[in-house]
Ligand binder design. Structure first.
Ligand code: NAD
Length: 351
Protein backbone atom coordinates (compact mmCIF):
# COMPACT_ATOMS: atom_id res chain seq x y z
CA UNK A 1 0.00 0.00 0.00
CA UNK A 2 1.29 3.49 -0.85
CA UNK A 3 -0.51 5.19 1.99
CA UNK A 4 -2.12 2.79 4.48
CA UNK A 5 -4.67 4.80 6.45
CA UNK A 6 -6.67 3.85 9.54
CA UNK A 7 -10.28 4.78 8.93
CA UNK A 8 -13.31 4.65 11.19
CA UNK A 9 -15.85 3.52 8.57
CA UNK A 10 -18.73 3.78 11.00
CA UNK A 11 -19.35 3.18 14.70
CA UNK A 12 -17.62 -0.07 15.67
CA UNK A 13 -15.77 -0.58 12.37
CA UNK A 14 -12.11 0.34 11.82
CA UNK A 15 -10.48 -0.57 8.48
CA UNK A 16 -7.05 0.02 7.01
CA UNK A 17 -7.30 1.25 3.43
CA UNK A 18 -4.86 2.55 0.87
CA UNK A 19 -5.42 6.26 0.20
CA UNK A 20 -3.73 8.54 -2.33
CA UNK A 21 -0.63 10.34 -1.00
CA UNK A 22 -1.85 13.94 -0.57
CA UNK A 23 -0.08 16.96 -2.09
CA UNK A 24 0.83 19.77 0.33
CA UNK A 25 -1.11 22.98 -0.38
CA UNK A 26 0.55 26.39 0.05
CA UNK A 27 1.65 26.72 3.69
CA UNK A 28 1.49 22.97 4.27
CA UNK A 29 3.99 20.15 4.53
CA UNK A 30 3.66 16.51 3.54
CA UNK A 31 4.69 14.32 6.46
CA UNK A 32 5.77 10.73 6.57
CA UNK A 33 4.12 9.82 9.82
CA UNK A 34 6.22 8.33 12.63
CA UNK A 35 4.29 7.80 15.87
CA UNK A 36 0.64 8.32 16.75
CA UNK A 37 -0.61 7.90 20.32
CA UNK A 38 -4.15 6.69 20.87
CA UNK A 39 -6.39 9.03 22.83
CA UNK A 40 -9.51 7.97 24.72
CA UNK A 41 -11.53 10.15 22.32
CA UNK A 42 -10.43 8.07 19.28
CA UNK A 43 -11.62 4.95 21.10
CA UNK A 44 -14.87 6.68 22.08
CA UNK A 45 -15.65 7.59 18.44
CA UNK A 46 -14.94 3.98 17.47
CA UNK A 47 -17.20 2.52 20.18
CA UNK A 48 -19.98 5.13 20.37
CA UNK A 49 -19.80 7.04 17.08
CA UNK A 50 -20.03 10.41 18.83
CA UNK A 51 -18.78 12.66 21.62
CA UNK A 52 -21.46 15.18 22.57
CA UNK A 53 -22.37 17.18 19.47
CA UNK A 54 -19.49 15.73 17.40
CA UNK A 55 -21.05 12.86 15.48
CA UNK A 56 -19.29 10.52 13.02
CA UNK A 57 -21.57 10.82 9.97
CA UNK A 58 -19.01 9.78 7.32
CA UNK A 59 -15.83 7.65 7.31
CA UNK A 60 -13.10 9.46 9.24
CA UNK A 61 -9.35 8.91 9.57
CA UNK A 62 -8.49 8.45 13.27
CA UNK A 63 -5.53 9.78 15.26
CA UNK A 64 -4.32 13.17 16.48
CA UNK A 65 -1.39 12.68 18.91
CA UNK A 66 1.29 12.54 16.26
CA UNK A 67 4.77 13.15 14.92
CA UNK A 68 6.22 12.87 11.43
CA UNK A 69 9.14 13.63 9.13
CA UNK A 70 8.77 16.32 6.48
CA UNK A 71 8.92 14.69 3.06
CA UNK A 72 7.75 17.62 0.89
CA UNK A 73 7.15 21.31 1.51
CA UNK A 74 4.33 23.33 -0.02
CA UNK A 75 4.63 26.77 -1.55
CA UNK A 76 5.64 29.53 0.87
CA UNK A 77 6.82 27.26 3.70
CA UNK A 78 10.00 28.67 5.21
CA UNK A 79 10.10 27.26 8.75
CA UNK A 80 10.68 23.62 7.76
CA UNK A 81 12.66 21.58 5.25
CA UNK A 82 12.60 18.01 3.97
CA UNK A 83 13.94 15.62 6.62
CA UNK A 84 12.90 17.70 9.65
CA UNK A 85 11.34 15.63 12.42
CA UNK A 86 8.27 17.40 13.82
CA UNK A 87 5.51 17.17 16.39
CA UNK A 88 2.12 17.97 14.93
CA UNK A 89 -0.26 20.25 16.82
CA UNK A 90 -3.52 18.76 15.52
CA UNK A 91 -5.86 21.75 15.65
CA UNK A 92 -5.60 24.47 13.00
CA UNK A 93 -7.79 27.51 13.75
CA UNK A 94 -9.15 30.16 11.35
CA UNK A 95 -6.56 32.81 12.38
CA UNK A 96 -9.11 35.63 11.90
CA UNK A 97 -11.87 35.38 14.55
CA UNK A 98 -11.81 37.30 17.84
CA UNK A 99 -10.48 34.35 19.84
CA UNK A 100 -7.70 33.68 17.34
CA UNK A 101 -6.74 37.35 17.40
CA UNK A 102 -6.58 37.55 21.19
CA UNK A 103 -4.44 34.41 21.34
CA UNK A 104 -7.10 31.97 22.53
CA UNK A 105 -7.25 30.01 19.28
CA UNK A 106 -8.35 26.84 21.09
CA UNK A 107 -11.76 28.53 21.36
CA UNK A 108 -11.97 29.27 17.61
CA UNK A 109 -15.43 28.17 16.39
CA UNK A 110 -13.90 27.18 13.03
CA UNK A 111 -11.15 25.03 14.49
CA UNK A 112 -10.18 22.10 12.24
CA UNK A 113 -9.01 19.47 14.71
CA UNK A 114 -7.72 16.07 13.56
CA UNK A 115 -10.07 13.15 14.20
CA UNK A 116 -12.89 15.34 15.46
CA UNK A 117 -15.71 14.80 12.97
CA UNK A 118 -15.86 15.73 10.17
CA UNK A 119 -12.08 16.45 10.12
CA UNK A 120 -9.76 13.56 9.25
CA UNK A 121 -6.97 12.54 11.62
CA UNK A 122 -3.41 11.51 10.84
CA UNK A 123 -3.16 7.78 11.56
CA UNK A 124 -1.72 7.04 8.13
CA UNK A 125 1.65 6.68 6.47
CA UNK A 126 1.41 10.09 4.77
CA UNK A 127 -0.49 13.17 5.84
CA UNK A 128 -0.41 16.92 5.09
CA UNK A 129 -0.61 19.62 7.78
CA UNK A 130 -0.21 23.38 8.22
CA UNK A 131 3.53 24.01 8.57
CA UNK A 132 3.02 26.62 11.29
CA UNK A 133 1.39 23.94 13.47
CA UNK A 134 4.40 21.62 13.15
CA UNK A 135 7.19 21.92 15.73
CA UNK A 136 10.71 20.84 14.82
CA UNK A 137 12.12 18.32 17.29
CA UNK A 138 15.68 18.74 18.54
CA UNK A 139 17.98 15.71 18.18
CA UNK A 140 17.54 14.63 21.81
CA UNK A 141 13.73 14.33 21.51
CA UNK A 142 12.35 11.15 19.93
CA UNK A 143 9.36 11.11 17.60
CA UNK A 144 7.43 9.13 20.26
CA UNK A 145 8.05 11.99 22.68
CA UNK A 146 7.02 14.34 19.88
CA UNK A 147 3.67 12.55 19.64
CA UNK A 148 3.37 12.85 23.43
CA UNK A 149 3.47 16.65 23.21
CA UNK A 150 -0.25 16.49 22.49
CA UNK A 151 -1.47 15.11 25.84
CA UNK A 152 1.39 16.90 27.62
CA UNK A 153 0.09 20.20 26.24
CA UNK A 154 -3.23 19.50 27.99
CA UNK A 155 -1.24 19.34 31.24
CA UNK A 156 0.58 22.59 30.42
CA UNK A 157 -2.68 24.40 29.69
CA UNK A 158 -4.43 23.02 32.80
CA UNK A 159 -1.52 23.99 35.08
CA UNK A 160 -1.45 27.48 33.54
CA UNK A 161 -5.20 27.94 34.03
CA UNK A 162 -4.82 26.62 37.61
CA UNK A 163 -1.89 28.94 38.38
CA UNK A 164 0.41 26.13 39.54
CA UNK A 165 3.72 27.65 40.63
CA UNK A 166 6.60 27.25 43.08
CA UNK A 167 5.44 25.60 46.27
CA UNK A 168 1.85 24.88 45.14
CA UNK A 169 0.00 22.06 46.88
CA UNK A 170 -1.88 20.27 44.14
CA UNK A 171 -4.48 17.53 43.96
CA UNK A 172 -4.94 15.66 40.68
CA UNK A 173 -8.09 13.53 40.43
CA UNK A 174 -7.75 10.54 38.08
CA UNK A 175 -4.46 8.90 37.15
CA UNK A 176 -5.07 8.14 33.47
CA UNK A 177 -2.68 9.54 30.84
CA UNK A 178 -4.13 13.04 31.31
CA UNK A 179 -3.95 12.95 35.11
CA UNK A 180 -0.36 11.69 34.92
CA UNK A 181 0.81 14.44 32.55
CA UNK A 182 -0.84 16.96 34.87
CA UNK A 183 1.03 15.46 37.80
CA UNK A 184 4.32 15.71 35.88
CA UNK A 185 3.65 19.25 34.67
CA UNK A 186 2.66 20.43 38.15
CA UNK A 187 5.91 19.02 39.56
CA UNK A 188 7.93 20.60 36.73
CA UNK A 189 6.24 23.93 37.54
CA UNK A 190 7.55 23.72 41.08
CA UNK A 191 4.55 22.24 42.94
CA UNK A 192 5.89 21.13 46.32
CA UNK A 193 3.35 18.36 46.85
CA UNK A 194 1.09 16.53 44.45
CA UNK A 195 -1.53 14.05 45.59
CA UNK A 196 -3.32 11.95 42.97
CA UNK A 197 -6.46 9.83 43.22
CA UNK A 198 -7.87 6.93 41.24
CA UNK A 199 -10.18 3.96 41.67
CA UNK A 200 -7.54 1.72 40.06
CA UNK A 201 -4.56 0.69 42.17
CA UNK A 202 -2.32 -0.04 39.15
CA UNK A 203 -2.71 3.51 37.89
CA UNK A 204 -1.73 4.83 41.30
CA UNK A 205 1.39 2.64 41.23
CA UNK A 206 2.38 4.30 37.95
CA UNK A 207 1.65 7.71 39.48
CA UNK A 208 4.00 6.95 42.38
CA UNK A 209 6.68 5.76 39.96
CA UNK A 210 6.52 9.06 38.04
CA UNK A 211 6.62 11.39 41.03
CA UNK A 212 3.35 11.53 42.99
CA UNK A 213 4.01 12.49 46.63
CA UNK A 214 0.73 10.97 47.83
CA UNK A 215 -1.88 8.67 46.35
CA UNK A 216 -5.45 8.01 47.44
CA UNK A 217 -7.32 4.93 46.30
CA UNK A 218 -10.93 6.04 45.94
CA UNK A 219 -13.46 3.52 47.26
CA UNK A 220 -16.38 5.78 48.08
CA UNK A 221 -18.76 7.81 45.94
CA UNK A 222 -19.19 10.31 48.78
CA UNK A 223 -17.21 13.39 47.72
CA UNK A 224 -16.94 14.77 51.26
CA UNK A 225 -15.61 11.51 52.61
CA UNK A 226 -12.94 11.25 49.88
CA UNK A 227 -12.03 14.92 50.44
CA UNK A 228 -11.48 14.18 54.16
CA UNK A 229 -9.23 11.25 53.21
CA UNK A 230 -7.20 13.52 50.91
CA UNK A 231 -6.80 16.18 53.61
CA UNK A 232 -5.64 13.55 56.06
CA UNK A 233 -3.04 12.18 53.63
CA UNK A 234 -1.76 15.64 52.59
CA UNK A 235 -1.87 17.11 56.10
CA UNK A 236 -3.91 20.07 54.79
CA UNK A 237 -6.21 20.88 51.88
CA UNK A 238 -4.64 21.42 48.44
CA UNK A 239 -4.68 24.96 47.04
CA UNK A 240 -5.32 23.71 43.53
CA UNK A 241 -7.24 20.70 42.22
CA UNK A 242 -7.02 19.49 38.64
CA UNK A 243 -9.89 17.10 37.93
CA UNK A 244 -8.91 14.59 35.24
CA UNK A 245 -11.48 11.79 35.49
CA UNK A 246 -14.75 13.44 34.46
CA UNK A 247 -16.52 11.18 36.98
CA UNK A 248 -19.25 13.14 38.83
CA UNK A 249 -18.29 11.92 42.35
CA UNK A 250 -14.70 12.95 41.63
CA UNK A 251 -15.76 16.46 40.52
CA UNK A 252 -17.66 16.75 43.80
CA UNK A 253 -14.55 15.60 45.67
CA UNK A 254 -12.48 18.19 43.78
CA UNK A 255 -14.65 21.03 45.15
CA UNK A 256 -14.87 19.75 48.73
CA UNK A 257 -11.14 18.97 48.85
CA UNK A 258 -9.86 22.36 47.68
CA UNK A 259 -8.77 24.99 50.21
CA UNK A 260 -11.01 28.08 50.59
CA UNK A 261 -9.90 30.68 48.05
CA UNK A 262 -8.36 27.94 45.89
CA UNK A 263 -9.03 26.82 42.34
CA UNK A 264 -10.52 23.73 40.71
CA UNK A 265 -9.71 23.14 37.05
CA UNK A 266 -12.03 20.77 35.21
CA UNK A 267 -10.13 18.78 32.60
CA UNK A 268 -12.14 15.55 32.65
CA UNK A 269 -15.19 15.51 30.41
CA UNK A 270 -17.92 13.19 31.62
CA UNK A 271 -21.70 13.54 31.53
CA UNK A 272 -22.99 16.87 30.19
CA UNK A 273 -24.91 17.69 33.37
CA UNK A 274 -23.45 17.01 36.80
CA UNK A 275 -24.76 17.90 40.27
CA UNK A 276 -22.13 19.98 42.08
CA UNK A 277 -21.81 21.32 45.66
CA UNK A 278 -21.96 24.81 44.21
CA UNK A 279 -22.90 26.61 47.44
CA UNK A 280 -19.87 25.06 49.11
CA UNK A 281 -17.71 26.41 46.27
CA UNK A 282 -19.36 29.85 46.40
CA UNK A 283 -19.16 30.51 50.14
CA UNK A 284 -15.53 29.36 50.22
CA UNK A 285 -14.59 31.29 47.04
CA UNK A 286 -13.31 28.19 45.28
CA UNK A 287 -12.93 29.16 41.61
CA UNK A 288 -14.04 26.57 39.05
CA UNK A 289 -12.42 26.81 35.62
CA UNK A 290 -12.77 24.71 32.51
CA UNK A 291 -10.08 23.98 29.97
CA UNK A 292 -10.42 23.06 26.33
CA UNK A 293 -7.39 21.31 24.85
CA UNK A 294 -4.50 23.83 24.88
CA UNK A 295 -3.31 27.06 23.38
CA UNK A 296 0.30 28.05 22.68
CA UNK A 297 1.44 25.08 24.79
CA UNK A 298 3.43 22.96 22.29
CA UNK A 299 6.63 25.04 22.59
CA UNK A 300 6.50 24.78 26.40
CA UNK A 301 5.75 21.04 26.35
CA UNK A 302 8.63 20.53 23.92
CA UNK A 303 11.02 22.58 26.07
CA UNK A 304 10.01 20.55 29.14
CA UNK A 305 10.88 17.29 27.39
CA UNK A 306 14.03 18.56 25.64
CA UNK A 307 15.42 19.94 28.91
CA UNK A 308 14.64 16.76 30.84
CA UNK A 309 12.25 18.55 33.22
CA UNK A 310 9.64 15.97 32.28
CA UNK A 311 10.15 12.36 31.23
CA UNK A 312 7.09 10.88 29.53
CA UNK A 313 8.83 7.69 28.37
CA UNK A 314 7.64 5.52 31.31
CA UNK A 315 4.04 6.30 30.31
CA UNK A 316 4.45 4.61 26.92
CA UNK A 317 3.42 1.07 27.83
CA UNK A 318 2.42 -0.46 24.47
CA UNK A 319 3.63 -0.14 20.89
CA UNK A 320 1.96 -1.44 17.72
CA UNK A 321 2.67 -1.29 14.01
CA UNK A 322 0.24 0.65 11.83
CA UNK A 323 -1.07 -2.63 10.36
CA UNK A 324 -2.00 -3.74 13.89
CA UNK A 325 -3.98 -0.60 14.71
CA UNK A 326 -7.18 -2.48 15.54
CA UNK A 327 -5.30 -4.46 18.22
CA UNK A 328 -3.95 -1.18 19.54
CA UNK A 329 -7.47 0.24 19.86
CA UNK A 330 -8.66 -2.94 21.57
CA UNK A 331 -5.81 -2.61 24.07
CA UNK A 332 -6.86 0.94 25.01
CA UNK A 333 -10.52 -0.08 25.18
CA UNK A 334 -9.62 -2.80 27.70
CA UNK A 335 -7.97 -0.14 29.88
CA UNK A 336 -4.58 -1.84 29.61
CA UNK A 337 -1.44 0.21 30.16
CA UNK A 338 -1.25 3.99 29.93
CA UNK A 339 -0.21 5.30 26.50
CA UNK A 340 -0.49 3.08 23.46
CA UNK A 341 1.60 4.19 20.47
CA UNK A 342 1.23 3.19 16.84
CA UNK A 343 4.27 3.61 14.65
CA UNK A 344 4.58 3.54 10.90
CA UNK A 345 8.32 4.23 10.69
CA UNK A 346 10.79 1.64 9.51
CA UNK A 347 12.84 0.04 12.28
CA UNK A 348 16.04 1.71 11.10
CA UNK A 349 14.39 5.13 11.49
CA UNK A 350 13.54 4.58 15.15
CA UNK A 351 15.23 7.13 17.38
P1 NAD B 1 -8.77 7.74 31.33
O1 NAD B 1 -10.16 7.21 31.26
O2 NAD B 1 -7.65 6.88 30.91
O3 NAD B 1 -8.46 8.20 32.84
C1 NAD B 1 -9.44 8.56 33.76
C2 NAD B 1 -9.02 7.97 35.10
O4 NAD B 1 -9.96 8.40 36.09
C3 NAD B 1 -9.02 6.45 35.10
O5 NAD B 1 -7.76 5.96 35.53
C4 NAD B 1 -10.15 6.09 36.07
O6 NAD B 1 -9.91 4.90 36.79
C5 NAD B 1 -10.15 7.32 36.98
N1 NAD B 1 -11.41 7.49 37.74
C6 NAD B 1 -12.67 7.11 37.42
N2 NAD B 1 -13.52 7.43 38.41
C7 NAD B 1 -12.79 8.04 39.37
C8 NAD B 1 -13.10 8.59 40.64
N3 NAD B 1 -14.35 8.58 41.13
N4 NAD B 1 -12.10 9.14 41.37
C9 NAD B 1 -10.83 9.15 40.90
N5 NAD B 1 -10.47 8.63 39.70
C10 NAD B 1 -11.44 8.08 38.95
O7 NAD B 1 -8.80 9.10 30.52
P2 NAD B 1 -7.62 10.12 30.12
O8 NAD B 1 -7.19 9.86 28.74
O9 NAD B 1 -6.61 10.19 31.20
O10 NAD B 1 -8.48 11.47 30.07
C11 NAD B 1 -9.04 11.95 31.28
C12 NAD B 1 -10.23 12.86 31.01
O11 NAD B 1 -9.76 14.07 30.42
C13 NAD B 1 -11.29 12.31 30.07
O12 NAD B 1 -12.57 12.64 30.59
C14 NAD B 1 -11.04 13.06 28.77
O13 NAD B 1 -12.21 13.18 28.00
C15 NAD B 1 -10.60 14.39 29.32
N6 NAD B 1 -9.83 15.26 28.41
C16 NAD B 1 -10.20 16.55 28.38
C17 NAD B 1 -9.50 17.44 27.62
C18 NAD B 1 -9.92 18.86 27.61
O14 NAD B 1 -9.53 19.59 26.71
N7 NAD B 1 -10.70 19.32 28.59
C19 NAD B 1 -8.41 17.00 26.85
C20 NAD B 1 -8.04 15.66 26.91
C21 NAD B 1 -8.76 14.78 27.72
Amino acid sequence: MANPTVILKKQGEIVIEDCPIPEPKPGEVLLQMQDVGICGSDVHYWQHGRIGDFVVKAPMVLGHEASGVVSKVGEGVSNLKVGDRVAIEPGVPCHTCKNCKIGRYNLCPDMKFCSTPPVHGNLAKFYTHAADFCFKLPDNVSTEEGAFLEPLSVGVHACRRAGVSLGSRVLVCGAGPIGLVNLMTAKANGASEVCITDIDEKRLEMAKAVGADYTVLVKSRDGQEVARQIEEVMGQKPEITIECSGAPPSIQTAIYATESGGCVVLVGLGPADVTLPIVNASVREVDIRGIFRYVNCYPTALAMIASGKVNVKPLITHRFKLQDSVKAFETVAKGEGIKVMIHSKRKMDIK
